[in-house]
Design a protein. Structure first.
Length: 255
């Protein structure tokens, strides 16, 4: 059997038979995988420490007939702030549930692994207000990596680059509409305020530290960007996530 070494982020664990468990990880080399962990329910299990939320590990695994098997590992990063901050905990739970729900097993996507890791690192580092923005930056990037990237730079009707401060968005065609096409009624669409449009471009195309040195984001602009990304996500994946429903019951837009 060939030993595989890969960085991994824990997604969830499910019981299997009396003492074992099936652990789901998103890995750098293999994408999402299922690992059968023998003795997972036993307190003395030496490997269960690598199968915990809010850590990033390097795993040593071998492939069996139906499952991968964990033979060793190293803990690379512990996200302690996330573990002890109730709001951040729910933000990350929502992210991991999205990843688990909408990624296919055994499909290598290094950019998704990198996105998850950078998202966790940013949520760990920033305050809760910024962490909330990171969540929505993750969602719009993740949707794009799944193949549903919105066209935000060129009109989806005439293919001209968007200029000026009047921008519209057509949800069915998942792209922006220029003023001329909208006025000619070639394409319908909902108007996006220009400040909101600029924020959406930053969330989609820039790294998570894009706001360093920038002024505080206006609450109105942030709310509109959040509503836009929510609509986009619902249009493409059209499924409620449990953690997201719980999150929305108590979260407040940062001020």
């Amino acid at each position: 059997m060939n030993l595989i070494k890969t960085r991994a982020i824990f997604l969830k664990i499910l019981p299997y038979k009396e003492f074992d468990g099936i652990v789901y990880f998103y890995t750098e080399k293999l994408g999402k995988i299922e690992i059968k962990l023998k003795g997972a329910k036993k307190i003395q299990s030496k490997l269960i420490g690598f199968c915990q939320p809010f850590i990033q590990s390097t795993l040593f695994i071998v492939k069996g007939k139906n499952f991968y098997y964990l033979v060793g590992g190293e803990t690379d990063k512990k996200f302690k702030e996330i573990n002890f901050n109730y709001l951040k905990l729910f933000l990350v739970a929502y992210i991991l549930e999205l990843v688990d729900k909408f990624t296919k097993p055994n499909k290598t996507e290094k950019k998704i692994f990198s996105l998850i890791l950078k998202t966790l690192e940013s949520i760990e580092e920033y305050g809760t207000g910024r962490a909330f923005i990171v969540l929505y930056a993750f969602i719009i990037k993740f949707i794009s990596f799944l193949g549903y990237a919105p066209e935000m730079l060129y009109c989806v009707n005439c293919n001209k680059k968007i200029k000026g401060q009047t921008v519209f968005f057509n949800i069915k065609n998942s792209g922006v509409i220029c003023l001329d096409c909208h006025q000619n009624k070639s394409f319908g669409g909902s108007r996006i305020e220009f400040q909101t449009y600029k924020l959406l471009l930053l969330l989609l195309y820039k790294n998570f530290n894009f706001w360093k040195g920038e002024k505080k984001i206006a609450v109105k602009t942030l709310k509109e960007a959040v509503e836009f990304i929510d609509r986009l996500a619902q249009w493409h994946i059209d499924e409620e996530i449990f953690s997201g429903k719980v999150l929305r019951q108590f979260i407040k837009i940062y001020e």
